[in-house]
Write a protein that binds this ligand. Structure first.
Ligand code: SF4
Length: 334
């Protein structure tokens, strides 16, 4: 497999190679694995400094597990996670400490990710509690609140006093207080009202430019990552099936799954919407405990051929900087 989502010659900040994370969900009475959930099944991608990589796919495709495994909330089964020249995969909990600071994560659910018994100041400064005096912690919390567009009066309040959008801003302030190089944003807007989603995305974009951050933005919907991502990786059932720059992927998708996701996006112009041919996928995503043979998308693909059930397609370069995993020579017909 020759995956590369990189477009520049500089060494990427993050380089993930052949990452595998399986969960044993059922064992025999002597402990032998009976059922294994292949959440992440050989994923490779790179993230360059200062860019945003969008990772997109339906629920259960493994995108959240990728994020959690990269920051070592989950132990990888195999593969490497090279972050700024160091492979994080074999590090112990203690050895991970400096990297945990540089590599932060924002979680999907702003309601569940903040401790309800802690004040906003304590939440934001929790990671540097042992390093700063109380007065400096208060100062830091105020600065971070200001950075994410909240008032410093909010510093002594508790999470339940805030709206969903405000809580997500507190989560972002908590990540920023660690002075990270990279933030993995795991569906940071999907639990928020549509009216608030654009505000949070715009704020992340502004912060990225102002602070030179590198972002990985995980979402289940291409429209959510379109504007914020410089490059996009599309995931299906534990694998990346297509990558490319955001512009090129939207202008010329190659993989049938990417085409189906794009065809399902809402189009504001009614004339364009009428001309758009919606690709309806058959059935549901198969269970990651029973991954189909050959191409794992074949049970839903409108273009599936005999070879698709026999051979797993190679993830190959189909155009300069564009990679796709499909047996069709030139991508799927439109
Ligand atoms: Fe469809 Fe076959 Fe391509 Fe898989 S390899 S996406 S089943 S055409």
């Amino acid at each position: 497999m020759n995956d590369s989502t990189a477009t520049t010659a500089a060494a990427p900040l993050l380089e993930v190679r052949d990452l595998v994370k399986h969960f044993v969900v059922k064992r025999s009475f002597v402990g032998r694995p009976l059922t294994t959930l292949r959440a992440v099944d050989g994923v490779s991608f790179t993230v360059n400094r200062g860019e945003t990589l969008g990772i997109v796919g339906e629920s259960g495709c493994g995108k959240t597990t990728v994020g959690r495994t990269v920051i070592r909330l989950y132990e990888p089964n195999s593969g490497s996670i090279v972050y700024d020249g160091t492979d994080l995969a074999p590090l112990t909990f203690e050895q991970m400490r400096p990297f945990r600071r540089r590599l932060q994560m924002i979680f999907q659910d702003p309601y569940a990710s903040l401790n309800p018994r802690m004040t906003v100041t304590d939440i934001i400064t929790e990671g540097v509690r042992d390093e700063l005096r109380p007065a400096d912690r208060k100062d830091l919390a105020k600065r971070m609140l200001e950075t994410v567009g909240l008032n410093d009066d909010h510093a002594n309040r508790y999470p339940h006093e805030f709206s969903g959008g405000q809580r997500q801003r507190i989560g972002i302030a908590r990540a920023l207080a660690m002075e990270p190089d990279m933030i993995i944003c795991d569906e940071p807007i999907s639990a928020l009202d549509v009216s608030i989603q654009a505000q949070v995305v715009n704020m992340l974009e502004e912060l990225q430019q102002k602070l030179g951050l590198t972002l990985v933005f995980i979402a289940h919907d291409l429209s959510m990552v379109k504007h914020i991502s410089s490059r996009i990786a599309v995931m299906y059932l534990g694998r990346i099936v297509e990558t490319g720059s955001s512009y090129e992927l939207f202008a010329r998708p190659y993989h049938p799954y990417t085409k189906a996701l794009l065809s399902a996006m809402p189009i504001p112009d009614p004339d364009v919407a009428r001309a758009n041919r919606r690709i309806i996928l058959k059935g549901d995503v198969p269970s990651p405990t029973r991954v189909p043979s050959g191409c794992r998308f074949r049970t839903r693909c409108p273009y599936a051929m005999k070879v698709c059930s026999e051979q797993e397609p190679e993830f190959r370069e189909v155009a300069p900087g564009r990679f796709s995993a499909c047996h069709l020579e030139d991508g799927a017909p439109v």
